[in-house]
Design a protein around this ligand. Structure first.
Ligand code: AOF
Ligand code: ZN
Length: 374
């Protein structure tokens, strides 16, 4: 008779699965973040594992390998429904069935079904008990990039802005580049370390010459940098094209090859993406996001100026909006210059968000809003 787990205990282990999964944060794309724990027939944890990167063993298999024979009549707890397809690795359901596990508890259903069959059904057919949906909302939050990419074929899009109390992003004379504290800068580096790509526009490259890299974090990696430059105005020697980060240059269709060649000499240029422009003469940003999704980019962090931010809001392209509020009043005279985002002369309607999280960061305040797309 195997030990039956109570839900509080299961939730405790599911939280641990989330922590295990998060160890690979920023490193698994295009795969999900997954952590797994095997409890033996007496309810003791005997194997723990997580998925490290695409192509490496799935979390369930790592945990089952560690548990060995102790998996028999045990329980597998995992934050994502086990897979049943042959991908870069064999189906997890096969190893679960062979191990003699009696029950599988998972948080989120996996929408990625290359074989058209779901892992849950296979496990049930093999008399394995299933509990699903445990801490489902927390699980969805952890895998929001993956779930969105699989279901909508679009990356998760986050806009990150910093503003003063009087709604400014820059002084009129543009002298002060970072308006927030060093702690907020560190959080920005942490964010860049978890997103697949960071996107900005030619105006920001021309105004700030940013690097868009991750700095001062141990074992970090740089995201792909995506530069929207309709007219090819950025200098190929700008900082965004340096530092061993991969770059996608996005521009409008129809530039002369000579002009494009200057950029192709950039060290790590992954490609030039040529897109259509819309009626405002702007690159069709949705098309850009679709192309990035095809390149296995699951998440994009946008760091841009007021004009582009305004368009993003108005075109309803955002999933998340992170705002750093600096306790500063610039108090410069021009009311419109440097304002956090402008409506670009389009018809305006209120755009509403849900507050998801908030916290003090150094001397600033960080607000995390989500956009309800329905
Ligand atoms: C993971 N890690 O721990 C689990 C995954 O190409 P493959 O064989 O690595 O399969 C990737 C898919 O397997 C992934 O998109 C997801 O649907 C499923 N589960 N994937 O990378 C894991 N459990
Ligand atoms: Zn699997």
């Amino acid at each position: 008779m195997s030990h039956d787990i109570d839900l509080t205990q299961a939730e405790y282990y599911m939280q641990e699965c989330f922590e295990l999964a998060n160890k690979a944060l920023g490193r698994t794309s295009p795969n999900p973040l997954v952590g797994a724990i095997v409890l033996d027939k007496n309810g003791n944890p005997v194997g723990k594992g997580y998925h490290e990167k695409a192509g490496s063993p799935h979390a369930e298999c790592v945990a089952l390998d560690k548990a060995g024979k102790l998996s028999k009549d045990g329980i597998l707890i995992v934050n994502l429904e086990p897979c049943c397809h042959i991908g870069k690795t064999p189906p997890c359901t096969e190893q679960i069935i062979k191990s003699g596990i009696k029950q599988v508890i998972f948080s989120n259903t996996d929408p990625h079904l290359p074989s058209g069959v779901c892992g849950e059904d296979i496990l049930k057919k093999n008399n394995i008990k299933i509990i699903k949906g445990l801490l489902e909302e927390e699980g969805k939050e952890i895998n929001k990039f993956f779930l969105q990419w699989v279901k909508q074929k679009l990356p998760w899009i986050t806009l990150k802005l910093a503003q003063t109390m009087d709604g400014k992003v820059a002084l009129k004379d543009k002298t002060q580049r970072w308006i927030t504290s060093d702690e907020a800068k560190d959080v920005t580096f942490q964010l860049r370390n978890t997103y697949d790509a960071v996107l900005t526009t030619a105006s920001t490259v021309l105004a700030d010459n940013p690097q868009l890299t991750v700095r001062d974090i141990q074992y970090s990696r740089n995201p792909v940098r995506v530069i929207l430059d309709t007219k090819l105005q950025t200098d190929p020697s700008s900082n965004v094209y340096k530092d061993n980060a991969k770059v996608f240059l996005v521009t409008k269709k129809g530039h002369l090859p000579d002009k494009l060649n200057a950029y192709k000499k950039v060290n790590d240029l992954l490609g030039v993406v040529e897109c259509n422009v819309d009626s405002y003469g702007l690159i069709n940003v949705r098309e850009v996001f679709e192309k990035l999704a095809e390149e296995n980019i699951l998440s994009v962090l946008i760091e841009c100026g007021p004009r582009f931010a305004g368009f993003l809001f108005q075109w309803h392209l955002l999933d998340q909006y992170i705002l750093f509020l600096a306790p500063t009043i610039f108090n410069d005279t021009d009311k419109m210059e440097g304002i956090v985002f402008n409506s670009n002369g389009l018809e305006t309607k209120p755009i509403r968000f849900s507050l998801f999280n908030y916290k003090p960061i150094g001397n600033d305040f960080m607000l995390d809003f989500r956009v309800n797309k329905e």
